[in-house]
Design a protein around this ligand. Structure first.
Ligand code: BG6
Length: 469
């Protein structure tokens, strides 16, 4: 079986991670421009000031994408290039850059798939409370509409937000992303709600313009499975799925929050400040949302957290050495299992988790339209005699594409696969040590681009429409 002709073989990036040119051509300052420069916040103090200089080298990069046969390029727009202070004047030079990038893609027949928000918020808005302030929702609406009007004649695929759970939880629970706040569930839930409303408003604006493209959102897809057959671990996994899946997917697809979580937030005093009008907007937008983008890296293996039994692991022998991470609400713990494979950064490699998760998603939401908007292997690639032999990445992507193919056989409505990432780029917290790309960037040699082993392999896959998988 080959992949259908209307299935996109793509690859992705995000503005802050590739562009650089952080203060050029009228660009405003983003929260990441500031946060990454606070000592100790990022790996070896790396930041996106230069990143991989895609801003100046996009023509070369897109030429390489075309050589690979890439059908679609998912990239994000930096809000601060379009509206430097968040909600004021539009910067014509910012529009010019993305116009040129889009046109370059189209020149080679590469379909642009545009993310409006991949974490780089104008710093002015961050200082005013970021996503916890409803003013940011209004500002986003204006920014999104500006992009639709400027690029919508050529861009027909829009993602509003990338991974709400990540930027909100790392920003308000773990303190690892801006604004660097820890242990504040109240702000965390408020921020997520405001993002969902911003998404719904953008859907509303987009549909009003009648540009006849599609618009959706990208979520982390990390389905939780119990680590073993114990009943309380199964319950813990259900709880994890309510908080990490239902809370994010329900408001987008059903237009209402899951009762289970809403009830608990009330008891715990974490209910966001929401208005009847906002809840109506969510309801109105849900049936108009065209697709969900899934970023799949790994599933969660879950056990019930039992603080009094730390020295006796609850799920017995199956749990490998690592202590695991306790959920922010103390209910469950994610663990590593002895019989699973892991990347060098300890992320589980589980193509079967993707397939099982997709089936779970169909059970919960029916036959929705899906794109895999990110999936890939973060590795320190082996370089031998100047060749980048990333055979492990080939294996990783091959196995995940096979899972996608199986999903298609089962009738799932998956319309594309975007490998993360098209080119080596800046990892938010892991700097340049962790690589994901098909295209290597030589940090020691003026950021020279080189084709990796995986580049030629993906090219073949695309040429054969995955027939050999
Ligand atoms: C996703 C993000 O969560 O994970 C990407 O959307 C990110 O922006 C990717 O780069 C990989 O994360 P990391 O931490 O391995 O670089």
């Amino acid at each position: 079986m080959r992949f259908p002709h209307d299935f996109f073989f793509g690859a992705a990036s995000a503005a802050y991670q590739v562009e650089g040119a952080w203060n050029e051509d009228g660009k405003g300052v983003s929260n990441w421009d500031v946060f990454s420069k606070i000592p100790g916040k990022t790996f070896e103090g790396t930041n996106g000031d230069i990143a991989v200089d895609h801003y100046h080298r996009y023509k070369e990069d897109i030429r390489l994408m075309a050589e690979m046969g890439l059908e679609s390029y998912r990239f994000s727009v930096a809000w601060t290039r379009i509206i430097p202070d968040g909600d004021g004047e539009i910067n014509p030079q910012g529009l010019a850059f993305y116009n040129a990038l889009i046109d370059e893609c189209l020149h080679y027949g590469i379909v642009p798939f545009v993310t409006l928000y991949h974490w780089d918020l104008p710093q002015v808005l961050e200082e005013a409370g970021g996503w916890t302030n409803k003013r940011t929702v209004d500002a986003f609406s204006k920014y999104a509409t500006t992009c639709f009007k400027a690029f919508g004649d050529r861009v027909k695929h829009w993602i509003t937000f990338n991974e709400t759970i990540v930027f909100c939880s790392l920003g308000y629970l773990d303190g690892a992303h801006p604004p660097g706040i820890s242990h504040n569930p109240r702000l965390y839930f408020q921020a997520t709600h405001n993002v969902f409303v911003a998404h719904a408003r953008a859907v509303e604006e987009y549909k009003k313009l009648r540009q006849y493209g599609e618009i959706g959102i990208t979520h982390v897809f990390s389905p939780a499975f119990p680590a073993d057959g114990q009943a309380d671990n199964a319950q813990a996994a259900d709880h994890a799925n309510q908080y990490s899946l239902a809370w994010f997917y329900d408001p987008i697809l059903k237009g209402a929050y899951p009762d289970y979580v809403v009830g608990q937030l009330k008891e715990r005093g974490w209910t966001p400040d929401w208005t009847a009008e906002e809840l109506t907007v969510l309801k109105w937008a849900a049936p108009k949302n065209d697709f969900i983008g899934l970023n799949y890296y790994q599933p969660q293996r879950v056990i019930k957290h039992n603080p009094t039994a730390e020295d006796k692991p609850a799920a017995q022998q199956v749990i490998a050495g690592a202590p695991g991470k306790v959920s922010f609400d103390g209910v469950y713990k994610t663990v590593s299992l002895e019989d699973k494979k892991y990347t060098k950064w300890g992320w589980e490699i589980s193509p079967e988790g993707l397939l099982e998760g997709l089936r779970m998603l169909r059970g919960a939401y029916g036959d929705i339209k899906l794109y895999i908007t990110e999936n890939g292997l973060g590795d320190q690639d082996p370089v031998e005699n100047g060749q980048i032999l990333d055979a492990d990445r080939v294996e990783y992507i091959r196995e995940h594409l096979k899972a996608v193919k199986q999903g298609l056989r089962e009738g799932l409505h998956i319309k594309g696969y975007y490998a993360w990432s098209v080119i080596d780029l800046l990892s938010w917290l892991n700097g340049f040590k962790k690589q994901y790309g098909f295209i290597y960037v030589d940090q020691q040699n003026n950021l020279t681009r080189k084709r990796k082993l995986s580049f030629g392999w993906y090219k073949q896959v695309i040429a054969n429409r995955g027939g050999e998988l």
